[in-house]
Design a binder for this molecule. Sequence first.
Ligand code: KG4
Ligand code: ZN
Length: 360
Amino acid sequence: MSLVLGVETSCDETAASVVADGRRILSNVVASQIELHRRYGGVFPELASRQHVLEIVPVIQAALSQADTELSALDAIAVTSGPGLVGSLLVGVNAAKAIAWARGLPLVGVNHLEAHLYANWLIAPGTTAGRQDEPVPRLPLLCLIVSGGHSDLVLMTEHDQYQVLGRTIDDAAGEAFDKVARLLGLGYPGGPAIQAAAQTGNPSAFELPRALWKQGYDFSFSGLKTAVLHIVQEYAGLPAQPSQAKAQAATAQEPPPKRELPVADLAASFQAAVVDVLVEKTRRAAEELRVEEVLLAGGVASNTALRQEMKARVRLPVRYPPPVLCTDNAAMVAAAGHFKFRTGKQASWDLDVCPGLGLV
Ligand code: KG4
Ligand code: ZN
């Protein structure tokens, strides 16, 4: 059995986990900073790194004790070295490096996006009681990684062999959820809030843009966010666009009356537009490339509408981690670290953080 300690501090979760053989979760501790950042409507980077400093040691200790193990029993330590917030990444990387050096353990640097992808290798907690015969994802596969910072459509041919087919040219999918939630007064984090509001809304109530619908595999969500902004402004009795403002000034018209914003309908229409684009591009890529499966990964992969639509429209097995393994955690880092370590990829003591690290 190979035991890997995973450490994750790339954004606003301080997390540590012990995973056996890259699949079986022995512990998965996540200290969330959501409450700390809520009042700012997003992650405040300096506060995040300071909080990581306070949490990192107790979180690692809790992960070891919940796994009923100790440092001497570990085979390696895996840590997220990028992409992410520089100050946040530094805390995890330095903690992992210090422990690895002091205990003479191999250190593995993990790409956060790769970690999200490898969450699909983990055996879902509680469901199979650690069965080793749970089938692993079959290669080659297509993975849609959708998080707060990324929207990447990735072809994985072998372990450690990736080709990024498309990525966002502006906002990430999760970022769009967070920004639109703020516009709708739904709070932070936006994804779960929009999903909840959308449950009682009509997804066809508003016709919203689907950017780059038929063009390539890149995504664009900033136009969609702006379209929602214009609707919100219109309902608030504000001129929706500068051109309209000019026209109104010219004709000295009264501004339009304020109306109550149909939040549920707008949330549902926005969610449907994002899901539609994500699914359509993935479906097209899955048909064009000969892959065995389609995987979803990243925080947005916990979105129920996305999961349902992907399963309904893609004619291949579609796999996604349980919600608790979609959002940031360290079990996925330990899983990715295990497979990397197995192929001989070990970091040297000069491992540094890389805030803009890409998959390839
Ligand atoms: O992967 P993640 O935890 O952190 C990053 O690596 O960015 O993703 C966080 C993002 C946030 O933007 C959050 O709003 C979004 O994932 N998210 C969701 C849902 N749950 C989290 N988006 C849509 N629907 C959800 N249910
Ligand atoms: Zn993430």
